[in-house]
Design a protein around this ligand. Structure first.
Ligand SMILES: [Zn+2]
Length: 284
């Protein structure tokens, strides 16, 4: 069953946003909020219509701020708690503490720099990262009460950000991979994601380094190109990191196939908005 359930959430002033909620988690882990926004319910104008969450795509910053405010309100965390990083397609993991609270909320310059994964144990932080095709990874360790998210485009995937995030949860907070739950969210699926040698070569190298079969991941298309299943690579890497298969939720949503719900960098020719994945502990 699709783990990311399309849900209308009431935000402030009687507005509604449409989000994809990880209900399987939030109904079972007290205090957790986690999910993925869609493009519906915000105030941005075309081509960012309407729920663009990112400041780096030349949208009106006032609109982005309003959209972020709507998300915070819809999930029941204060807008002050909205915290994000300047993503750089790396495998760097940043441990977020209370001094980071609010970083990147209104200015890119004060965002957490040079990080594509955020991990925390602190309550009252609304962690966000931004997407228009790349793979969002979400993590929760309900035992140590650790949460995290990671942005895995093909570069971050090949750099092993999935495994790196699990390692940091272990090192910094003593998380046991056996108890960590992971979710792989909406992103471009293999139906719409044809890649060339520039991507195929490093992907093959990664798969071979980890003894992962190409089957179901790379499907040759034409003239040295292939259809790539980035979500499946990340699922395999999470398994290698010690996460149980039964603890990994994987979406079927393709960002490129559903233009009414999602921005897609590839489909929209680069000029488009960004969805956000979010995770946070509400204060108990
Ligand atoms: Zn598709």
């Amino acid at each position: 069953m699709e783990p990311f359930e399309q849900t209308k959430l009431q935000a402030g002033d009687g507005c509604y946003i449409t989000a994809l909620l990880l209900k399987k988690w939030t109904e079972n882990v007290p205090g957790l909020t986690a999910g993925y926004t869609t493009r519906q319910g915000g105030v941005s104008e075309a081509p960012y219509d309407s729920m663009n969450m990112a400041l780096h795509v030349n949208d009106d910053p006032k609109h982005v701020m309003r959209n972020r405010e709507l998300l915070a309100s819809a999930v029941g965390l204060p807008f002050d708690s909205y915290t994000c990083a300047e993503q750089v397609h790396s495998n760097h993991v940043h441990i977020v503490n209370l001094t980071d609270r609010g970083k990147g909320r209104s200015l890119r310059e004060d965002a957490i720099q040079d990080a594509d994964a955020l991990v925390t144990k602190e309550e009252g932080l609304l962690l966000n990262s931004f997407y228009a095709d790349c793979v969002p990874l979400l993590f929760v360790d309900p035992v140590q009460r650790v949460i995290g998210l990671a942005h895995a485009g093909w570069k971050g995937t090949v750099l092993g950000i999935a495994m790196k995030t699990v390692e940091r949860m272990k090192e910094s907070f003593g998380s046991d991979p056996n108890t960590i739950l992971a979710a792989i969210g909406p992103s471009i699926s293999s139906c719409c994601y044809e890649v060339d040698e520039r991507v195929i070569a490093p992907v093959k190298e990664l798969l071979s380094a980890h003894s992962i079969s190409e089957e179901g991941i790379l499907k040759p298309s034409q003239q040295g190109r292939a259809m790539l299943n980035l979500r499946e690579i990340n699922r395999e890497l999470l398994l290698k990191a010690g996460i149980l298969a039964s603890h990994i939720e994987c979406t079927t949503w393709c960002t490129s196939c559903h233009s009414e719900l999602f921005f897609s960098h590839r489909r929209d020719g680069g000029k488009t908005g960004r969805m956000a994945s979010w995770i946070g502990w509400k204060k108990g």
